[in-house]
Design a binder for this molecule. Structure first.
Ligand code: PGA
Length: 253
């Protein structure tokens, strides 16, 4: 059975003391009231080494929001997958629409990042999703399919077992506009079919596909009730322990 995963994406928020306080609060709450899903917090690089030893690994895991497309060397300001892994982090988000749109990350660059992350033992939360004009033109399946094929479909099935997909319609990110549960289900089922075509039905059934984009405690339950929605990648609502916990609790009856 595939894992249900709720992951927080802090983006460029939280000073070190603020981040440490939030991680501590979440860790305490989840240790006291165990989640029914895997929980990951993905933080800015500077938080990783401090937060990693604070977390109860049984209830909360740690990830980065990005890593370099080069292994090591003279790349000023970059942080490698190996460096991320050495902090104790287990996950990395790659291909977030903000990285694609603001930092020019192409399918080719992401392919290199994915390879390096997997080679260094990180699990990858790989984001796909269409912009509003593409949705309005009915091109969402085409877009998502080419994002998957462009960066992930040269992996082996064994490598792909360490990939989590996050479907995030760009028009829903940080806008308060959520995809309906039916819209999410439709495209998640399509993504699973594409994975099945490439890697076989068993791999597809074992792949976690998260929804992301204005997911909140008030809409998480309806989204997670859909058969192909296996959790969420949470931005804004991951910055407050009560909201993030509310989404995690959507997996409880
Ligand atoms: P949001 O962001 O929950 O603030 O819409 C989600 C994301 O970008 O991962």
């Amino acid at each position: 059975m595939r894992k249900k995963i709720v992951a927080g994406n802090w983006k460029m928020n939280m000073t070190l003391p603020e981040g440490v306080a939030l991680a501590k609060e979440l860790n305490e709450q989840l240790t006291a009231d165990k989640p029914n899903c895997e929980v990951v917090i993905c933080t800015p690089f500077i938080h990783l080494a401090t937060i990693a030893p604070m977390l109860n690994d049984e209830v909360i895991k740690l990830g980065a929001e990005n890593c370099a497309d080069k292994a090591k060397g003279a790349y000023t300001g970059e942080v490698s997958a190996e460096m991320v892994k050495s902090t104790g982090a287990q996950y990395v988000i790659l291909g977030h629409s903000e990285r694609r749109a603001y930092y020019g990350e192409t399918a080719e660059i992401l392919k290199e990042k994915v390879k390096l992350a997997l080679a260094n033992g990180l699990k990858v939360i790989f984001c796909v999703g269409e912009v509003l004009e593409e949705r309005e033109a009915g091109k969402q399946n085409e877009v998502v399919s080419s994002q998957l094929a462009g960066s992930l479909f040269d992996l082996t099935a064994e490598e792909f077992a360490n990939i989590v997909i996050a479907y995030e319609p760009v028009w829903a990110i940080g806008t308060g506009k959520t995809a309906t549960a039916d819209q999410a289900q439709e495209i998640h089922a399509f993504i699973r079919k594409e994975i099945a075509k490439q890697f076989g039905e068993e791999v597809a059934q074992n792949t976690t596909i998260q929804y992301g984009g204005s997911c909140k405690p008030t809409n998480a339950k309806e989204l997670f009730a859909k058969p192909d929605v296996d959790g969420g990648l949470i931005g804004g609502a991951a910055l407050k322990a009560a909201d993030f916990k509310g989404i995690i609790d959507a997996w409880k009856e």
